[in-house]
Ligand binder design. Structure first.
Ligand code: SAH
Length: 477
């Protein structure tokens, strides 16, 4: 099976730096089920193509079946796996292009974050649901999609098409994003449903999906297929996606799992969508709003406001008279102002929104002052520990509002998320996740140093053993 990636950026051969594979070489990488080859059929300044050719040994595949093979969908010596680019190819990609997928390139660091013109071709991709399904999954990510069905046998056109397509994706994207999208979506399009589930499968999905999956209109369907409809894994993944999503433009929606009814080819019904439940993100919003009401704090600044979910909630509540938000991320602020329709006239709810501005919590800023309350909702865990002291001084020392509300994950609760490796964190950008005693110790010290009192409120299902998923500290001066 074959995957080619072509770029026409200037100095196209720099693709070799991004992939960490030299354009002048042919390399081979042994896999558990065959051999992956990387080579460049084309390496010119104007156009460069890298090819990943995976040569699957079906005998080896069957022998290693169940022992860490990512796919044992067919326990037969004769099967389509050697030709069908799906989970085996994805697994080889993860192995061969690991550093590129993590978005690291020490020799051309500026290229990593630069969207480049790309063309990705997969001559034979199993595509359950037909060409439209490929379009549905890839187009929202910014790709021009061509999915041409492969006839079952060109000599017998009356037999019709196979379930394979030739997929060509054209677009201008970061290479790491493109690779991660393929890594997730190739097996998802195959939807073989029986592939082997590693214990950290949800972690892998969250990591590979960073920056694109949470906001994908089909994230529910993608997650369900990727996790082979394993209900508890799917629930855990969707919860974490909804939770970690800080840059989505969509409206707030307390329903985590959306409807999907793909035609089940094998006559077997897809697992029913999970019961609509109130997401942790929603519970957190409600708890923060409640705490602000309880403390009678009407003038509020949301520090690290992200895409503005809390701001939108405060704007709808007449209790709050003055609302501002700040974040260090321009991109997040763009989402926030679209969500709040700050650019639209006439403004209605947003009239009480004073200011949404860029600012870093590690630097004292006059604009943070003058509010009754400051909220840091799911922010501190994004701050490198050595800089946390600066954030404490800025918020509790310099801005020093009467009330500070802080929420952060409770690391103890992570064992309740199925598919999460021990010691893993919920989001790739988290610098730490604290247990309840760790958060308490931090909160008590900060309160004592700056003249506050703190009360602790669990958010979400308060498990008798490991506590609630989110912990909230309400500081009052
Ligand atoms: N409070 C939002 C977003 C949480 S994600 C919510 O709960 O939905 C964490 C946010 O903190 C991100 O938007 C990130 O850009 C912001 N952030 C991280 N470090 C920051 C810093 N030093 N200064 C300001 N914002 C920061």
């Amino acid at each position: 099976m074959l995957l080619t990636i072509t770029t026409t950026m200037s100095q196209a051969t720099d693709l070799g730096f991004l992939l960490h594979k030299h354009p002048g070489r042919v390399q081979r990488f042994e896999q558990a089920y065959g051999t992956a080859h990387v080579f460049y059929p084309d390496a010119e300044e104007q156009r460069c193509t890298a090819a990943l050719l995976l040569d699957v040994d079906p005998v080896q595949l069957v022998r290693t079946r169940g022992r860490g093979t990512p796919d044992f969908s067919l326990g037969q010596y004769v099967n389509d796996r050697p030709y069908a680019a799906s989970s085996l190819l994805a697994s080889a990609m993860a192995n061969v292009f690991r550093t590129a997928m993590r978005g690291r390139c020490d020799l051309r660091p500026e290229l990593v974050d630069t969207p480049i013109p790309l063309e990705v071709v997969l001559p034979a991709l199993p595509c359950r649901g037909g060409p439209g399904q490929a379009e549905r999954f890839f187009a929202p990510l910014g790709w021009d999609v061509s999915a041409v069905p492969v006839p079952l046998d060109p000599d017998f056109p009356e037999w019709g098409d196979s379930r394979y397509v030739t997929l060509t994706l054209t677009g201008t994207l970061r290479l790491a994003d493109a690779l991660n999208q393929l890594y997730v979506l190739l097996p998802v399009l195959d939807d073989a449903k029986h592939y082997w589930m590693a214990p950290d499968e949800v972690d892998k999905l969250i990591r590979a999906g960073e920056g694109w999956l949470a906001a994908h209109p089909d994230r529910g369907a993608i997650t369900r297929r990727y996790l082979a409809n394993r209900r508890s894994l799917v629930q855990s993944a969707l919860g974490r996606l909804a939770d970690a999503e800080d840059a989505s433009d969509e409206e707030l929606d307390p329903v985590e799992v959306e409807e999907e009814a793909p035609a089940a080819e094998d006559g077997q019904a897809e697992a029913a969508p999970e019961e609509a439940s109130v997401s942790l993100a929603e519970l957190r919003l409600r708890s923060v709003v409640q705490a602000l009401h309880d403390e009678n704090a009407r003038r509020v600044i949301d520090l690290g406001c992200g895409s503005g979910k809390l701001l939108a909630r405060l704007a709808k509540d007449e209790f709050f008279s003055e609302i501002s938000g700040s974040d260090v991320s321009h991109r997040a602020l763009g989402h926030a102002s679209r969500r709040l329709r700050l650019d639209k006239q006439p403004r209605r709810e947003s009239d009480r929104v004073q200011d949404v501005f860029q600012g870093a919590l590690t630097y004292a800023d006059e604009r943070f002052r003058g509010y009754e309350a400051a909220v840091l909702m799911e922010v501190i865990e994004h701050v490198d520990p050595p800089r946390l002291g600066a954030v404490e001084r800025v918020v509790f020392g310099h801005a020093s509002p009467r009330v500070v509300v802080v929420t952060t994950p409770n690391a103890e609760h992570n064992v309740r998320y199925e598919g999460m490796a021990p010691g893993a964190m919920r989001h790739p950008d988290h610098r730490f996740e604290w247990t309840r005693p760790e958060f308490r110790a931090w909160a008590d010290r900060v309160a004592a140093e700056h003249g506050y009192r703190v009360r602790h409120v669990p958010v979400g299902d308060d498990d008798p053993e490991v506590g609630a998923p989110t912990q909230m500290g309400v500081f009052t001066r």
